[in-house]
Design a protein around this ligand. Structure first.
Ligand SMILES: C[S@@+](CC[C@H](N)C(=O)[O-])C[C@H]1O[C@@H](n2cnc3c(N)ncnc32)[C@H](O)[C@@H]1O
Length: 484
């Protein structure tokens, strides 16, 4: 029988038993009691409550206002309540939101299945509190009792949701008792992929591949490192495996990557294996050449180009992101000329032998790492970004010497931001030709080369359905300017 918002007092006081959760240690012990606590006031100081309240607030910002989670959780410019949390609670908020967004459709289904009537449209705040609670119960190792109690306290402290506190209690206890853990092996992946995105994937890749991509989005992305040299030796030292000539894929690690061997000495940097492919399209021929890396921060590709022996000029419009790029290069003991400013106003003294443009995009290739992208982007945004990319590509082209090469790349899986941008560019610029990528250039990554000679990856490739598999979605095209 479903619960209704009017019938909010009806609650099953039976002990909460999490289904399928591993046994808990003393700290995470389930008390088996879920009687709703006295209503929390805004001064309720119980441990963990602020983290849940901030999680619900940030979920609202992502879903209702299309605000990027990276921005909201930025250590310097992020949401003030988030920044006030202790680091441990900040990590918990991020884990809750990652789960709540990755499995948003499944969580909504579990909630809806236990309601007699849908939540009223003006109950956004209640919905976010329920999603935050359910995400902990269904996806995280948080004791059910804590997830439920803190959701009830969050509702009680929120004037828009206070009258639903008992409903929150009853509903989440039922989910804890009845629902299995997420993700489920037999789950329909389309449930967790917003319709606007799934429709585009089907239109561009066909139904089967669209489903495979949506399934890959439910997996956590592994951590890849690009090493300066000796990939096999670093793979062994770090307990990972070499994939491709310059990438080590790590297994599960304890703590931050910055504590791993080789970080302080600058032997490697974090970069998904797919993100490392566009710079490799220049081959081994960059030593001593003047190369521009446009839209450069945080500098993964700048570092690759420097390590290949090029004289690199990195252009980036964001001051704070350029600071990160410079910090990264300093740690890696690599050097580049760094120019802070809008690419559209960049006027160097001379053109470049090679140019790499990693244009701003929808980032739909990184949904495994950034599940908020599926909620913050839409059809209109993709059109806007495609238009911007066309302008940036035209500007980048003017910076290439006759006979020089230009690589246009981004981490979108949408053709409008990839294949279509390049097709429009080539139609308008007879002084440029596509230099098709040959599968032999990327040993082990032949799957990443499209029949048109572009680089095109999507996250289900490289065993994206398996644990520790997959790669980011990326597009790159290599172009040459006519020699005159
Ligand atoms: C996808 S990220 C680049 C990632 C980077 N190439 C790497 O490999 O680490 C895009 C970057 O472009 C920058 N950007 C966006 N529009 C720009 C513009 N008009 N001029 C210069 N930089 C821009 C953004 O601030 C962002 O740092």
């Amino acid at each position: 029988m479903g619960l209704s918002v009017e019938d909010k007092a009806r609650g099953d006081r039976a002990a909460s038993q999490s289904k399928g959760k591993p046994a808990r240690d003393g700290r995470g012990k389930s008390t088996g009691k879920h009687a709703a606590r006295p209503p929390a006031s805004t001064t309720d100081e119980r441990p963990g409550l602020k983290a849940r309240q901030v999680a619900a607030r940030l979920l609202a910002a992502v879903v209702d206002k299309k605000t990027s989670l990276d921005g909201l959780t930025d250590p310097a410019g992020g949401q003030p309540h988030f920044r006030q949390l202790e680091l441990r609670d900040q990590a918990l908020v991020k884990a809750i939101l990652t789960a709540a967004l990755r499995f948003r459709g499944s969580i909504e289904t579990e909630i809806a299945a236990r309601l007699e009537r849908p939540l009223p449209p003006n109950a956004a705040s209640l919905r976010h509190i329920l999603h935050v609670g359910a995400a902990q119960i269904l996806c995280l190792e948080v004791p059910d009792s804590a997830a439920v109690d803190l959701a009830v306290a969050s509702a009680s402290a929120d004037p828009r949701a206070a009258r639903f506190a008992k409903l929150v209690n009853a509903l989440l206890r039922r989910i804890a008792r009845e629902a299995g853990r997420l993700p489920r092996a037999d789950a329909d992946p389309t449930r967790d992929c917003p319709a606007w995105l799934f429709d585009r994937l089907v239109a561009q890749y066909g139904d089967a591949r669209a489903r495979a991509i949506a399934r890959a989005h439910l997996k956590r992305a592994p951590i890849d490192l690009t090493v300066k040299a000796d990939v096999a030796a670093w793979a062994e030292r770090l307990g990972g495996r070499a994939i491709g000539p310059g990438t080590v894929r790590l297994g599960p690690i304890e703590g931050a990557v910055s504590t791993l061997p080789g970080f302080d000495e600058g032997a490697w940097w974090v970069q998904d294996v797919a993100a490392a492919l566009p710079a490799r399209l220049f081959g081994d021929s960059l030593a001593g050449l003047r190369v521009a890396d446009l839209c450069a921060a945080p500098g993964g590709k700048t570092a690759q180009l420097c390590a290949m022996g090029a004289h690199v000029t990195a252009v980036e419009k964001s001051n704070s992101r350029m600071t990160r790029l410079k910090d990264n290069l300093a740690r890696l003991k690599l050097e580049a000329d760094c120019v802070v400013g809008d690419l559209m106003g960049f006027a160097p003294d001379a053109a470049f032998d090679a140019v790499l443009l990693d244009a701003p995009c929808s980032s739909t290739g990184t949904i495994r790492r950034h599940p908020d992208v599926a909620f913050t982007k839409d059809d209109a945004e993709i059109e806007k970004l495609a238009a911007l990319q066309g302008k940036l590509l035209a500007k980048a082209a003017d910076l290439v010497v006759p006979g020089g090469r230009l690589v246009f790349a981004n981490c979108s899986i949408d053709r409008r931001e990839g294949e279509d941008v390049v097709a429009a560019f080539l139609a308008a610029r007879p002084d440029f030709r596509l230099l098709p990528v040959d599968v032999e250039e990327l040993p082990g990554f032949d799957f990443a080369v499209s029949s048109a000679g572009h680089l095109r990856t999507t996250p289900e490739m490289l065993d994206g359905a398996g644990e520790g598999g997959g790669l980011d979605g990326f597009f790159a095209a290599r172009l040459r300017r006519q020699a005159h």
